[in-house]
Write a protein that binds this ligand. Structure first.
Ligand code: SAM
Length: 374
């Protein structure tokens, strides 16, 4: 079956996530924010951090698809993602189908999108388009028509992010969506196994991996952080009693710790250094790069002695804003990583330099790298 995916705010990251889960050969980039995936696997948007909407491509004309919906009132949104789409044309298309359906006696409520050719993800989510019987969103891209099977659940993300009992502003809050992306980059198409986060902090990656069905193992240099992870994971299991309990949570310096049992995957956000409010000077930047390199290479050297070949490691590491607005990470990092016994994973749709996640005005961005033990 073919699906249209509407990519999120960092489309390159969304794309490599799709490439990791569905394979490059099944993925086609149609436009900067739209990808087409051909797969027989079940598609679950709630397992993907980087996509806003997913829709199944129709194999029949739109009018017969709409006419074949179960009896009852229809709630319908139309989003046209084509290059030259206009709000007017998109609304006219919605009206045309509303009138056609009315002639067949169907009651239709249109979800308004008068100022844009697309229904926003927030409006699609609040109207439960694609998620509830007879609540449809038609997604059009050029000549393709698809019917939404879900929109990113912003309410559930906000709840997971904000209602966790143990939070710490200093270690920074990894957004749950980015945690999901890291997990998917590490696990690929696998559905089970043990995932380790050796810089687990407050446990966002462990939480998301656990919700995605993985057994989790966390360690951190700080006892306080290990306790935070423990509190957050036990809070999550109160909400969702079916979740697996963490295999282990322990204090450990990632540059010397021995992990037992050995994990099948690693996803982690290493220490990003102290939060910065201004772009660092050249001297400060050299110091920050040096510290991050020391920590990362110490960790990877230690890990290389323990991991079996082919284990995948997805990491968020720091990159710093430069006065010209670009971001710079740790120089020549990938060459050094090769020497430590890893291959940097290559993606068809993005290079590692492009895999950045940051909010506007953030001085320290997260760069995403994915490695495989040689
Ligand atoms: C950026 S935070 C990770 C935040 C985490 N993703 C979360 O969900 O809260 C980095 C963590 O690395 C830990 N850390 C720093 N140096 C470490 C080391 N050498 N070994 C293990 N953990 C370390 C810090 O205590 C901190 O919790």
């Amino acid at each position: 079956m073919r699906y249209l995916f509407i990519l999120g705010r960092e489309p390159k990251l969304s794309l490599v996530e799709l490439e990791s889960v569905f394979g490059a050969k099944n993925l086609q980039l149609l436009a900067p924010h739209i990808a087409l995936v051909d797969t027989k696997r079940p598609v679950k948007l709630e397992r993907l951090g980087g996509c806003l909407k997913v829709a199944q491509v129709l194999d029949q004309p739109l009018s017969s698809f709409l006419a074949s919906q179960p009896a009852g009132k229809l709630t319908l949104g139309v989003s046209d993602y084509s290059h030259r789409a206009t709000a007017h044309a998109s609304w006219q298309l919605a009206l045309k189908h509303k009138n056609l359906l009315r002639r067949h006696g169907r009651n239709v409520r249109l979800v308004p999108n008068r100022t844009s050719p697309i229904v926003s993800s927030a409006a699609a989510h609040h109207n439960q388009l694609g998620e509830k019987l007879n609540h449809l969103e038609i997604i059009k891209y050029q000549k393709l028509f698809a019917s939404s099977i879900g929109t990113q659940n912003i309410t559930a993300y906000a709840k997971r992010d904000q209602a966790r009992p143990a939070r710490d502003a200093f270690v920074g809050m990894l957004p749950p969506k980015l945690a999901q992306i890291l997990v998917n980059l590490a696990v690929g198409d696998q559905q089970s196994g043990l995932l380790l986060d050796p810089f687990c902090g407050t446990g966002v990656i462990l939480q998301e991996a656990s919700l995605m069905g993985f057994a989790v193992y966390g360690s951190d240099l700080s006892k306080k952080m290990v306790n935070y992870s423990r509190r957050n994971l036990s809070w999550l299991s109160e909400q969702k009693p079916a979740l697996l309990a963490p295999v282990k949570l322990e204090v450990g310096d990632a540059t010397s710790h021995h992990w037992q049992p050995l994990p099948n995957f690693i996803a982690s956000e290493i220490f990003l250094g102290r939060p910065l409010s201004r772009t660092p000077s050249k001297t400060q930047l050299l110091q920050l790069q040096h510290e991050a390199r020391e920590l990362l290479s110490g960790f990877l050297r230690n890990l290389a002695n323990q991991l079996p070949t082919s284990t995948t490691i997805a990491l968020a590491i720091p990159a710093w804003k430069r006065p010209d607005g670009s971001y710079l990470g740790i120089p020549n990092l990938l060459d050094e990583i090769e020497k430590l016994g890893y291959n940097a994973k290559k993606y068809r749709y993005a290079s590692h330099d492009e895999l950045l996640y940051h909010r506007e005005n953030q001085v320290v961005a997260r760069q995403i790298i994915v490695l495989r033990k040689k």
